[in-house]
Structures are given as structure tokens and as C-alpha cells.
Write a protein that binds this ligand. Structure first.
Ligand SMILES: Cc1ncc(COP(=O)(O)O)c(C=O)c1O
Length: 468
């Protein structure tokens, strides 16, 4: 690794933004100490797959800005929809009012949800992924109270899962690092084992992987034992994204969902990260062996790419019939509200994003790009040698896990492999944000084949520069 800094302000203006930022703001998922090595980068513009600093340096966004951006930054179709919507209606409270973008979006989501039986009858909106998860679990719990099963209070979740960081969402997340400090505030859950999911290949999306894994069988056994006290199972279909992009298998997902539903346990599918085409289908719950019908969770949580990735918005699709339990006496109403619920601008962006899927043949494009990514991932893994101990992919999400030799020490400090790789990538004009030892790619769908080739080259250079 060379001694040059990973990133330096390109102008006096940038240096000033960095200094003022450090004084006044507090960034998520950022250690203060790391800001010495890598300050929060000022970004002034973004277009397509690139972010741009005020002085004009371009950074290739290989992770879709935390898995949000779908069609590319600043897409003109979404920009026009936003501008039209802003002129007509910027915001109105959603309690007691409604508007065309929300109505049309609800209809669109219900129509596009995993077919064939159009299982959803209503959409409940919130403004972030964690809030959507909390809506779903509260709704499930209240449903039990109003349908004569008040003893069904428990929630089952998977180890290594991530559903957000507000207290309710954190309580159902399996990742110890996020939970540790707040354990005393979290309610208990039943945690189910999950297959290691380290070597998932593109073709495994249609192969039933994980169906008969030991962990799947144990998880079903636990669900069966605890069923009378469980209201819902929370699960991330196909990829545990924050859990180092572990891919436990479509077969495992389908087996758990079908066991839970057979036992009368609601399934809350968290497609917040994997929804809207990331795995190659609009929803990851659509995958299965050829001819198998899609999985139909009782609650489907969506966010991130929902608005095309341009504005905060989340939604919970609710299975038909569940809403009936909330009718009648006002005391049976579902009380949960966020100020910006169903913001018209965010809904208009979401509608424009869905239109792009139809107009631009987005899913076909993701399919083609996924195959290129598969070739490149295998090439990088082979060229990097034994340091890459596992690599995997589902759709346009690929991951490479590194195990440095025992003698290796991180240039970014003990245990900071991810940070060192991130720095090297930034030096080469690429945004990578490895999850500890796992480098992953999740580019926006506007990416070109040539940009993917360059991403692979840069990734290999970074691995060689950091772990050599
Ligand atoms: C699967 C999953 N669920 C929930 C969340 C939480 O979403 P938010 O950060 O918008 O609260 C995330 C965020 O990364 C996620 O990946």
C-alpha cells in the first residue's frame, strides 16, 4: 500500500466543507476516529452511476448509495415527475387526506406484488425501512389481539439478520454489534439458525438451495415447537445484506415461509434491500425452481429502491383479510403514524421509477448485467488467489470474502480490513464499502459493461494493495 492519502480535498472550498462538517455534524455508521483517515466526502452532484465532488472529481457508486439508487442518480424521468409533483402538491398530512400519487402507488404495488393470486389488499406507508418493519410487527401483534389469539406475542427472527436500528427493528435483528449497547431495551425473540450461505451462485436462484440444510430443518423444528406463542417470522429473502451479503438460499427461504404459514405464523418478508430488481426479479420472493409459484409473505416490507432511491419512503403490503381484523369499533384501529407518511413527492418518484422498469426493460437489463458480473466476480476471485475464501452472487449483488494471512496487519489499524479496502477504492475513484472482510458490488442498473470491467479491475487492485 502506498503512503499517499486515500482522498484529499480538491480545492479550498472542499477543505472548508470538510472542516465545517467535522465541527457540526454526526454521521451514521462512522467512527469519529476514522474521520482522521477518511473525512466525510463532500458531494455536490450525482449523475448516472457517478457521484461528483464540488471540484469535479467523479466517484463510481458501486453500492448504489447504500442500496437505494436503482436507475442511476438524477434520472431525467424521475426528475420531471418530481418537478411536476412539486408544482402541484409538495406535502399534505396523510391522516384524513389522500392524493393521486399515493393511491396510484398503492394500486401499482398491489398489482406488481408477487403473483399469481394478488394476495395483498392494502399498503401502509412510512418513511424508512426500520419504520416499515415496526409497522408490520405491530400490525401482526394487534391482529392476534383482535382475532382471539392474544397469547401469540412472540417474534421469530434469523441469526445474522438485519432489519434496522430503531429499537423494535433492532430487537428483531440478529447482528450482535448493533445490539450490544442497547440490549437492556430490546424485547426477546426466538432466533433461528441460518445456513452459512457463502457460495451462492447465480443459478442457485432457481435451484432450491438450502431447503434441506441442517439449519433449515432445525429452524423449522424450533418454529414448530414455539408456534402457539409466535405471531410472526421476520426474514430477509435470498440475501442477508447487512449480514455480510450472506445468501442462505431460495430453498431455505421457501421452506421456512411454507412451514411458518402452515403453523399459522405470519411471515414478514423484509425486501427493503433486495426488492425492486436487485436479485433480477422485481421481488426476491418471486424466485424458486422453474414453475414454482412465488412466495407470498403476509407482510411485505419495502423501502430504499421504492422511490427509485431518491427520497425517503417505505411501504408495507398487507395480505388481504388481515385488514378486516381492524374494522368495527374505533378501539380496533391501528395506531401508528409518521409525519411524512406517503409524502406526495416520494410517491411520485416511486411511480416514475416503476414506469422506468416497463419503459427501459430494466429487469432484462439486470439479467444481462448479472451474467457479466458473474464472469467478473469469478475472474477477480481467481486472480486474487487464496485470500478470497468465498464469493457469491444473487442477481446484481455480488460479494467476495477475504481472509488475510495471519501475519497480515491492517494499514488502517487492527481489524480494519474493510476501511483499508474502502480507502484504496476511493483513491481509484470508486465507492466500495466492504462489510468487514466482505467486499460487495451492488451497482445501479444504468451501469455499463465497461464500468463493470473497471470495477472488477479496481477491486483486484485494492485487494492486492491492501492484502499483499
Ligand atoms: C434488510 C433491511 N431491512 C431494514 C433496513 C433498515 O432500513 P432504514 O435504514 O431505512 O431504516 C435495512 C437497511 O439497510 C435493510 O437492509
Amino acid at each position: 500500500m502506498s503512503g499517499a492519502p486515500w482522498w484529499q480535498p480538491g480545492s479550498a472550498e472542499e477543505a472548508e466543507w470538510v472542516a465545517r462538517d467535522r465541527q457540526a455534524t454526526w454521521h451514521p455508521a462512522t467512527h469519529f476516529v476514522d474521520q482522521e483517515l477518511m473525512p466525510a466526502l463532500p458531494i455536490a452532484r450525482a449523475q448516472g452511476a457517478y457521484l461528483e465532488t464540488p471540484s469535479g472529481a467523479r466517484i463510481f457508486d458501486a453500492i448504489s448509495s447504500w442500496w437505494t439508487c436503482l436507475h442511476g442518480h438524477g434520472h431525467p424521468h424521475i426528475a420531471r415527475a418530481l418537478s411536476r409533483q412539486f408544482e402541484a402538491l409538495d406535502h399534505v398530512m396523510f391522516a384524513g387526506f389522500t392524493h393521486r400519487p399515493a393511491i396510484c402507488l398503492s394500486e401499482q404495488l398491489i398489482a406488481r406484488a408477487p403473483a399469481p393470486k394478488a394476495p395483498y389488499s392494502r399498503v401502509f406507508y412510512a418513511d424508512c425501512g426500520s419504520a416499515a418493519v415496526e409497522v408490520a410487527l405491530k400490525m401482526s401483534l394487534q391482529y392476534r389481539q383482535q382475532t382471539g389469539e392474544p397469547e401469540r406475542l412472540g417474534l421469530a427472527t434469523l441469526s445474522n439478520s438485519y432489519h434496522g436500528e430503531t429499537l423494535g427493528a433492532l430487537a428483531v435483528s440478529g447482528n450482535a454489534a448493533y445490539r450490544e449497547r442497547f440490549q437492556s431495551l430490546l424485547f426477546p425473540t426466538l432466533t433461528l439458525p441460518v445456513p452459512a450461505g457463502e457460495h451462492h451462485q447465480l443459478a442457485d436462484l432457481e435451484a432450491g438451495l438450502g431447503e434441506h440444510a441442517e439449519e433449515t430443518e432445525r429452524a423449522i423444528q424450533l418454529l414448530t415447537e414455539h408456534a402457539p406463542r409466535l405471531t410472526a417470522l421476520l426474514i430477509e429473502p435470498v440475501i442477508q445484506c447487512a449480514g455480510r451479503m450472506v445468501m442462505p438460499g431460495v430453498g431455505m427461504y421457501r421452506a421456512l415461509v411454507s412451514a411458518a404459514q402452515r403453523l399459522g405464523i405470519h411471515v414478514i418478508a423484509d425486501e427493503i434491500a433486495v426488492g425492486f430488481g436487485r436479485t433480477g426479479r422485481l421481488f426476491a420472493s418471486e424466485w424458486g425452481r422453474p414453475g414454482e409459484p412465488p412466495v407470498q409473505p403476509d407482510f411485505l416490507c419495502l423501502s430504499k429502491g421504492l422511490s427509485g432511491g431518491v427520497l425517503p419512503l417505505s411501504a408495507v403490503l398487507v395480505r388481504a383479510g388481515i385488514d378486516a381484523a381492524f374494522e368495527g369499533d374505533p378501539a380496533r384501529s391501528f395506531l401508528h403514524s409518521h409525519t411524512f407518511t406517503a409524502n406526495p413527492l416520494a410517491c411520485a418518484a416511486a411511480l416514475a421509477s416503476l414506469e422506468l422498469f416497463d419503459r427501459e426493460g430494466t429487469l432484462e437489463r439486470v439479467g444481462v448485467l448479472s451474467r457479466t458480473l458473474e464472469r467478473l466476480r469469478c475472474q477477480v476471485a481467481e486472480a486474487a488467489g487464496p485470500v478470497v475464501t468465498a464469493h457469491r452472487q444473487a442477481g446484481l449483488v455480488a460479494a467476495l470474502c477475504l481472509t488475510p494471512p495471519e501475519s497480515w496487519s491492517s494499514p488502517a489499524g487492527p481489524g480494519r480490513l474493510g476501511l483499508a479496502l474502502r480507502g484504496e477504492a476511493l483513491r481509484r475513484g470508486v465507492l466500495l464499502r466492504p462489510l468487514h472482510d466482505t467486499i460487495y458490488w451492488m451497482p445501479p442498473y444504468c451501469v455499463t459493461e465497461a464500468e463493470l470491467e473497471r470495477l472488477a479491475d479496481v477491486t483486484l487492485e485494492c485487494i492486492r494493495a491492501v492484502v499483499s
